[in-house]
Design a protein around this ligand. Structure first.
Ligand code: SIN
Length: 286
């Protein structure tokens, strides 16, 4: 088994079959995951059961509350976009589950049906984002927390994504993303803006444009300005972005605490079907 760092962030793991890993190979994969934040596999021939078995080696599975589930395997969430859909799941920079009190560790995404072109996934390293922040910006976030929520994306409220953007711009009915009834029952957590990563012990920037709502203790204008500065730094991503091109048999596994990702929505009229399993995480400390 070879572990090779890729540009920006992440490691590609080759000469391996994830369905027959020895304990030693699995330990090396786990260490690469903690260090690099995202790991990639190619040419894997996995059934749904293999996918579940691999994910379970990392921890308990979080059964998704918002997305449609695989009809036979509820542990697998369908990250699907049909040819007639406009929206895709994850179509902007974000990290999954920051709206939870114990955000998920990460996800294992398996490509099942790919568009002829397009549909790449972008990743950004939140370790490197923190390391490369200017010192004055590091000082501004030192010891601070932020409030996170999923209600404005998945919920029904008047300020939700579906109610505030252009009429007709989004899918409705069965194509609508997210289960609003569940989203509106969640209580919103606060997390430190800089976390100590539970696996690696390294510092990581932990805010994201999709689910972070405000910096605790600042007024709205100050909070928006500070978050905008942090996001501008990550959007620029000097040396810490990676664009992953999917092929049949590709698998990506990312850590939600040390990366952002963004599923590009550049394949209108085509189908893209991915199977995602998310693994339970823990509360995050500064
Ligand atoms: C996601 O945000 O989980 C989707 C990622 C992808 O489809 O590439």
């Amino acid at each position: 088994m070879q572990i090779t760092e890729v540009d920006g962030l992440g490691a590609e793991i080759t000469d391996v079959d994830i369905t027959t890993l020895s304990e030693t190979e699995f330990d090396a994969i786990k260490a690469a995951f903690a260090e690099h934040g995202v790991i990639f596999f190619r040419d894997q021939n996995t059934t749904e059961k293999d996918h579940i078995a691999f994910a379970e080696r990392f921890g308990d599975i979080n059964v998704n509350r918002f997305f449609a589930a695989h009809p036979d395997y509820p542990q697998i969430a369908l990250v699907a976009k049909e040819p007639d859909q406009k929206d895709n799941i994850g179509g902007g920079w974000h990290t999954d589950h920051s709206y939870d009190h114990e955000p998920a560790l990460g996800s294992v995404l398996v490509a099942r049906e790919l568009p002829e072109s397009g549909g790449d996934t972008m990743f950004a390293s939140m370790y490197k984002a923190y390391e490369t922040l200017p010192e004055d910006l590091k000082a501004k976030i030192e010891g601070r927390s932020a409030l996170h929520s999923g209600k404005h994306i998945f919920g029904e409220g008047p300020d939700s994504y579906y109610n505030t953007t252009d009429a007709g711009a989004h899918d409705e009915g069965t194509h609508r993303i997210g289960n609003a009834a569940v989203a509106d029952t969640l209580t919103d957590p606060e997390h430190p803006i800089v976390i100590t990563h539970p696996l690696s012990g390294k510092k990581a920037l932990y805010v994201n444009p999709a689910f972070t709502r405000e910096v605790v203790g600042l007024d709205q204008a100050e909070s928006e300005a500070l978050l905008a500065e942090l996001y501008a730094h990550v959007f620029k991503g000097d040396g810490f972005h990676h664009r992953f091109k999917w092929e049949p048999g590709s698998i990506a596994m990312w850590d939600n605490r040390s990366t952002w990702h963004w599923a590009l929505n550049d394949y209108p009229g085509q189908r893209r079907i991915m199977h995602r399993i998310t693994i339970e995480g823990c509360a995050l400390d500064a």
